[in-house]
Design a protein around this ligand. Structure first.
Ligand code: GLA
Length: 520
């Protein structure tokens, strides 16, 4: 999957056939609004999509593999650049100017920009992409950093706080725009993902790399298998041919899940819990002086996993070995992390052999968390169990093409069962679901879905469902009548229509050359 971000002049390369009409109108409007706003045409559009995660929830920051895919909804940034004869300035506006106010800010001479991570300001995502891209430009010794004025008009269709990773789409599109603004027409996908992951952490969330990888690497029609250890990697996975095509339906809970707002008690707390579980397990198993890894806090359950079996002399490259290792790790957690009620800071410090002060400084300062106890047992159990489910899901996707309807049905039920198991673990063990998401899943299953679960960070946001094509209407109807109309009686038809999306896997980041083009 290595290679450069594709550059195109045709929307056919970006969107599926049935989306083209709507997209042409949207893009034309964006480009003409750009001209109205800035008095000059846009030169290029940088585009990055949202994603839906099929399986592998909350394990990317523990460096385990995940299987997401891009959706059609995306972020577009129309851009024009000119030399800054004075202080370099960025002007940035949004087509939804009532929701996202127009801003302008200046850059330091070295291209740097201040980000106030405490304020929930939409342009922070642009700034974080800009900051990351600037670092990369410096690494490549590109000339002209801090010498440009950049005008931008943004148009995003990934719902903010809706669980489809609008933030990663925005940061990836921003970083790509800044690279291109500095004349970089070839942008390496892996470098873009890596910089976007680090950049997004600058706006207050310790996220893993799944969203950015899905946004950049995805290819139309396929899911993505993303790995993080020993380094970031991604490959496409074709869906098997089944008698009824695999259909994933995405349903919004409309419970706002802004992971930046709730980070200290939700997302960032889980990152700390997983890291501390890894530290405690390593310490109990006598693993000392382990090097830092690429996870947000520098040590992950995956690094514990690898070091533990390396010490035992196991190789573990084989998938079967790997799965049996994960099963063994579940037993280790069961034996060595028995406290259902969680562990206090003092208990964890004693187990690791450090002081509470040191513990807080090392793991809870960059991103503060609020908790008296840390549920190490449950979090580690979820991570190892979910890593096994990803392997099983992958096995099923790669199994021989079913030769009859019954085999097809078994395959689909197998995939659906794994989605259901993930939901159960997210709800009961990892505690990242919410009653509304549970309800959507229950309703879908009763109306015929093979499997249903939350997708993304959880605590609201979105859910994903594997549904037989013939049952899609029944599932939609169940949600409309028993969920949306019940919880949101005032919801208008347009919002209701946006609530449910039958999503085909979409394409990843793209640079679109506008210059010289009369029409789209
Ligand atoms: C968010 C993060 C991802 C991932 C998911 C949970 O979307 O940004 O990195 O951790 O939550 O799987």
């Amino acid at each position: 999957m290595a290679g450069n971000v594709p550059v195109t002049q045709s929307l056919d390369d970006i969107y599926p056939q049935d989306a083209l009409d709507i997209q042409r109108k949207r893009w034309s409007k964006l480009l003409s609004s750009f001209k109205d706003a800035y008095g000059r045409p846009a030169e290029f559009v940088s585009r990055s999509p949202g994603r839906v995660n099929l399986i592998g929830e909350h394990i990317d920051y523990s460096l385990y593999e995940v299987i997401p895919m891009a959706v059609t909804a995306d972020v577009l940034l129309a851009v024009a650049v000119s030399p800054a004869n004075g202080t370099p300035t960025v002007r940035i506006a949004n087509v939804q100017s009532d929701k996202f106010a127009t801003r302008s800010f200046t850059l330091a001479q070295d291209g740097g920009v201040d980000i106030d991570a405490k304020s929930h300001e939409w342009t922070n995502y642009f700034k974080s992409g800009l900051r990351g891209a600037t670092e990369l430009l410096k690494k490549h010794a590109v000339k002209g950093i801090g010498q440009l004025n950049i005008d931008i008009l943004a148009d995003g269709t990934v719902p903010a706080g809706g669980g489809l990773s609008s933030s990663a789409a925005f940061v990836c599109a921003s970083a790509l725009a800044v690279m291109r603004a500095h004349g970089q027409e070839t942008v390496d996908k892996k470098e873009l993902v890596e910089l976007a992951v680090v950049s997004e952490r600058a706006v207050g969330v310790n996220s893993g790399g799944m969203d950015q990888a899905a946004s950049v690497f995805s290819q139309r029609g396929s899911a993505l298998y993303v790995g993080f250890q020993p380094e970031l990697s991604a490959r496409t996975i074709e869906f098997p041919q089944t008698h009824t095509p695999l259909t994933f339906v995405i349903a919004q809970s409309f419970v706002a899940a802004d992971k930046h707002v709730t980070a200290p008690v939700c997302y960032n707390l889980r990152v700390v819990e997983c890291t501390l579980a890894a530290r405690v397990l390593a310490s109990i198993c006598g693993l000392k002086d382990l090097p830092d890894d690429s996870s947000p806090l520098g040590f992950s359950l995956r690094s514990f996993h690898d070091s533990y079996f390396k010490k035992k002399g196991a190789v573990g490259d084989d998938v079967k070995d790997f799965r049996s290792q994960l099963d063994q790790l579940v037993h280790i957690v069961d034996n060595y992390l028995p406290q259902e009620e969680g562990y206090t800071r003092q208990q964890i410090s004693d187990l690791i052999g450090t002081s509470v002060d040191e513990l807080e400084k090392r793991y809870m300062t960059k991103f503060p968390v609020r908790a008296d106890t840390f549920k190490l047992r449950q979090r580690a159990m979820h991570v190892f169990g979910e890593a096994v489910r990803v392997l099983k899901f992958m096995d099923l996707l790669q199994s021989p093409t079913p030769s009859n309807e019954q085999e097809s049905e078994e395959l689909l039920k197998g995939l659906g069962g794994l989605l259901n198991d993930t939901q159960e673990s997210c709800r009961d063990v990892y505690e990242c679901s919410c009653p509304e998401l549970d309800e959507l899943c229950k309703l879908a299953r009763s109306a015929g879905a093979y499997g249903s679960r939350l997708t993304g960070a959880g605590w609201g946001g979105c859910s994903v469902h594997l549904v037989p094509q013939a049952k899609v209407e029944a599932v939609k109807k169940a949600w409309e009548e028993k969920y949306y109309k019940k919880h949101f009686p005032d919801m208008d038809a347009e919002k209701l229509q946006d609530a449910i999306v039958v999503s085909k896997p979409g394409s990843g980041s793209t640079l679109f050359q506008v210059a010289g083009r009369e029409s789209l």
